[in-house]
Design a protein around this ligand. Structure first.
Ligand code: SAH
Length: 346
């Protein structure tokens, strides 16, 4: 019976160098192969043309390269692209390319499904099947970078962890992927162009601050009133706003990085004056800004986007309190690629 081969990309560069030394080869061979695996994103050992045939065969006997495969690519009329990505165990996640005049942003997944239970999110209905490993996250970014060059004639400029899953529930792998993305031996992107978006896991926000990460933080707030937030994001009863607030203050004191709050205004849920006032108070705890995002309906109309009067009220009151606020339009709605719509529908 054949032994289960190891995923070669689970090895660090040093481990790869050691492997070659043990095989009686030069440590330098490890650097070469590492470069193929990461910088050049080789899909097979055959691609490694500066490595001898014999060595390539030896690698094939010992390892596999579990590369993702873009199963289906859909393009929206607004230039947005959605990839259905097949993993080595045939599970599927989705990632999205969002072009604007000045940037191309990759929206990537961190888990297959999601363990949180936000009532307004399509991914929540899938439950969590497993965490993505670092190379599965990295590969999504490479695939989008290639599509950006091909269809928009420019490299990828930004990354947001706003696809499927809760990145802070898969923190170690997300961090390893970001290390690769930002390393000159990977894609060499600046961490300032990466946003990790979380529903708000206080313990992990503190850990991230203590780890002195260099990327940016967005929090899906949606309400600054506990009862309201718990009704739409039930896990808020486990991580109440007071804990979240404290972790965000810790984040700011350590990183000096302003926080972005993502916020949808729904009719009859958080469209009243008291909701805005609570948000204003919450924003005062640490330097922050607010992104008002458009709601993308996911099913039977339990949730309705509030009307423009409610949105105007939010904008006016936030601005009167010197809080930066932007209103973000959704992209890629015709292909179910917008926020909260990723649910492997096709
Ligand atoms: N779990 C992470 C990242 C994935 S969600 C998080 O919660 O931040 C990415 C963003 O889309 C979050 O701000 C989320 O609140 C928002 N979102 C989810 N469902 C949505 C929907 N139907 N319409 C608009 N935004 C939605």
């Amino acid at each position: 019976m054949e032994m289960k081969k190891k995923d070669i990309r689970a090895l660090t560069k040093d481990q790869l160098r050691e492997f070659f030394v043990k095989q009686g080869d030069k440590a330098f061979r490890g650097n070469q192969v590492y470069e193929w695996l990461w910088q050049k994103s080789a899909h097979s050992f055959e691609d490694m043309t500066n490595v001898s045939l014999e060595t390539r065969q030896m690698l094939k006997d010992n390892f596999v390269i579990n590369h993702i495969k873009v199963d289906q690519m859909q393009r929206s009329s607004d230039g947005t692209i959605k990839n259905a990505v097949r993993l080595h165990d045939d599970l599927i996640v989705e990632s999205v390319l969002i072009p604007t005049a000045t940037r191309t942003t990759a929206c990537v997944s961190s888990q297959v499904g999601c363990s949180l239970d936000c009532k307004f999110c399509a991914t929540a209905k899938l439950k969590r099947m497993r965490n993505l490993n670092p190379d599965e996250i990295y590969d999504q970014v490479v695939a989008i970078d290639n599509e950006s060059r091909l269809y928009h004639n420019r490299p990828l400029s930004n990354i947001v962890f706003m696809g499927m899953g809760e990145p802070l529930m898969n923190y170690n792998n997300v961090l390893k992927a970001i290390d690769k993305i930002t390393s000159p031996e990977g894609l060499g992107m600046s961490p300032k162009r990466i946003v990790v978006s979380t529903s708000g896991v206080p313990k992990m926000i503190k850990k991230m601050a203590d780890d002195e990460v260099k990327f940016k933080l967005a929090v899906s707030l949606h309400s600054a009133i506990d009862e309201v937030r718990t009704s739409i994001m039930p896990f808020n009863s486990t991580f109440p706003l007071s804990d979240l607030r404290e972790s965000l203050q810790h984040w700011y004191s350590k990183t000096k990085n302003r926080i972005t709050y993502e916020y949808v205004v729904w009719e009859g849920i958080n469209d009243k004056r008291k909701d805005v006032d609570a948000l204003v108070e919450f924003c005062k705890f640490a330097p922050s800004k607010v992104n008002l995002i458009e709601y993308n309906p996911i099913d039977d109309g339990e949730f309705q986007q509030a009307d423009s009067k409610a949105l105007d009220m939010y904008v006016n009151i936030l601005e009167a309190n010197d809080i930066t606020v932007t209103v973000r339009r959704s992209r890629g709605k015709d292909i179910d690629a917008a926020c909260g719509q990723l649910a492997n529908k096709s």
